[in-house]
Design a protein around this ligand. Sequence first.
Ligand SMILES: *[C@@H]1O[C@H](CO)[C@@H](O)[C@H](O)[C@H]1NC(C)=O
Ligand SMILES: *[C@@H]1O[C@H](CO)[C@@H](O)[C@H](O)[C@H]1NC(C)=O
Ligand SMILES: *[C@@H]1O[C@H](CO)[C@@H](O)[C@H](O)[C@H]1NC(C)=O
Ligand SMILES: *[C@@H]1O[C@H](CO)[C@@H](O)[C@H](O)[C@H]1NC(C)=O
Ligand SMILES: *[C@@H]1O[C@H](CO)[C@@H](O)[C@H](O)[C@H]1NC(C)=O
Length: 632
Amino acid sequence: MAAATIALIFFFGFLQVPVLARYGFYDYGFDISQHVKRQIDQPFVVMGRPGDVQMRQEIRQLEQDKEQWTLYILGLSMLQFTDQSSPMSWYGLTGIHGIPHKTWGGVGPTPGNEKTGYCTHSSVLFPTWHRPYLVLYEQVLYGLVQSIAALWPEGDAKVKYKAAAEKFRIPYWDWASTPPSGQSVLPASVGEQPYIDIDGPSGMQRIANPLFAYTFTPLNATEFLQRPWNTWTSTLRSPTTNDNTAQSNNSLVARNLDQNLASISQRLYILFSNYANYTLFSNNAWIPLVSNQSYDSLESLHDTIHNLAGGGGLGQPNVQGGHMSYIPYSAFDPIFFLHHANVDRIFAIWQTLNPKSWVLPQAAVLSSYTTSRGEIQNSTTALTPFYAGSDGTFWTSDSVRDHTKFGYTYAELSGGAKAGSKARRQVMKAINRLYGHSSPTRLFRDAGKSQSATDSRPGGSGTASAEKDTESALAGTMFAGGHYREWIANIRVAKQALNEPFAIYLFSGSPPQDPREWPTSQSSFGMMGVFASDNADGMSADQLDVSGTIPLTGRLTEMVMSGQLASLEPRDVEGYLKSNLQRWVLGVSGRVYNTAGLRSLKVEVVSSSVRAPITDEELPEWGKARVHFELK
Ligand SMILES: *[C@@H]1O[C@H](CO)[C@@H](O)[C@H](O)[C@H]1NC(C)=O
Ligand SMILES: *[C@@H]1O[C@H](CO)[C@@H](O)[C@H](O)[C@H]1NC(C)=O
Ligand SMILES: *[C@@H]1O[C@H](CO)[C@@H](O)[C@H](O)[C@H]1NC(C)=O
Ligand SMILES: *[C@@H]1O[C@H](CO)[C@@H](O)[C@H](O)[C@H]1NC(C)=O
Ligand SMILES: *[C@@H]1O[C@H](CO)[C@@H](O)[C@H](O)[C@H]1NC(C)=O
């Protein structure tokens, strides 16, 4: 609480009138910068709101709550217009992650690592490092939100806003669940308009939408040395050009996220049901002997979202991806924290399912600002620069293991803080409801139910139910003794195989000529994004291989349903995939690369026998993977 107050005082001292093009920040009717002036002169302690656990909500849900939403938008806007030289400004906080490679909170670099950010990637610390990072951002925003609520004129509204402010927590963006009918996976509030009308303490005003982009105030060309970063004055998604006329093409980003939703939700569902080991679940590093059996990870799935949100080569030819596609620039885009709050939520849900599995010591494969490659990282490694106390101690994986100590949680976990079997069942039910929709298990579960309860349905004579019966009968042919077969492409590749981030695509036969049509192509099996750096960042590791997956079962199931394949069994599927499956590589610049020379690229097709869940309080059980062939 004390820290939040200090932060608040600090901000107001740094608020400046923006030099901004079309839309500005909210005008409160007086010069806020005259309000308070003070500096923080000691370590900024990350603490959240201990003892006061409130829900982090999905962004669309937060939007339904007028007071919370108004405060969120006004808080973000104020943060983005705070002077960039303040470590607590948008620029200061998001700059912790990568560029501008500056010391934050007095935590200097270790020798040789001056040209990187603090973020940890391809590391067992990937999920835990980002947890206090989000809490820091939440705490700073919380402080602003309190002060904004206090600006309403005395009366009922002020009482309501102050009450809403106390419950304020950052929202998350669930990119893996089905959006409400008629909407995109990319929320309209994030991608539709560069402005937003907001009814604040001084009435309705049209301001720059702080979720659409961050506009640098101003862009510091000394800190963004390379093109196009030093010409882009705002953050961009699927940029239209490489020069200063660039605009975001959010509708394209929305379309590409929608096209990949089935694949993304299947990956998440599989991560929850078949990844019980933290070392493997947590990060995308492919380490010989450790990673052989297990290719996907929370980080790899998160990489794919970065790739798609930045544009991933699917925009204009020869125009590179936006900020989200590149590790060192990604955090400037306001969608970054929404995305990472969801990553933290997935991590917290996973922890409830796997309470015993935790960080084991492992050598860092990438350098960060305070870590050199090769250094052993373990559960007590300092998560710099996030101070846990004013005595200079830092948060560690062990000390952030229970997220509720920071005063937040997620709806799926509200059943109980401790991971009892009841909490686990509740979590599994939520996973089935939110992410089971694209998994073939849903079909098989329904088939299983109708097999065991034939004709017991009341009034089941409509067309819809007849169709459902046919579907169930077909599903029944793929589903024997409660089991069916899942097919997956396991992929491994050098993280810096190219001079840019990229994605691997799989097709049945040749893809369309124009890569922009890849996501919507009928022959696509899906894509896996690789989130890399450009050569401005010192973290890029030539030796590092990363891994991930593309699930194949969803599309194969459709083929069985439409009669193109006889079954999901190897006798029908293996030959088909061997002669039809193709791998393609697309750089975020839109360039298509020859896969033959791509460093470390290996695509392996595997299958597993899976026991479908019988009730919605269980998850599928996966048998051992069988390797069928390597795709060349
Ligand atoms: C731009 O960045 C450089 C290098 O970090 C810094 O010295 C300078 O003060 C910055 N300029 C502004 C206007 O913030
Ligand atoms: C955005 O992408 C869509 C789909 O490719 C395209 O039709 C549209 O012209 C693009 N918009 C801009 C502003 O480039
Ligand atoms: C794992 O991979 C390594 C090197 O790629 C290989 O030597 C080893 O036999 C593999 N282990 C298993 C269990 O597949
Ligand atoms: C998790 O995986 C790591 C790396 O393969 C291994 O050392 C560890 O023993 C595994 N943990 C469990 C509980 O199996
Ligand atoms: C973690 O690593 C540090 C050194 O980096 C070491 O002092 C400590 O004993 C290790 N702790 C565990 C639990 O492995």
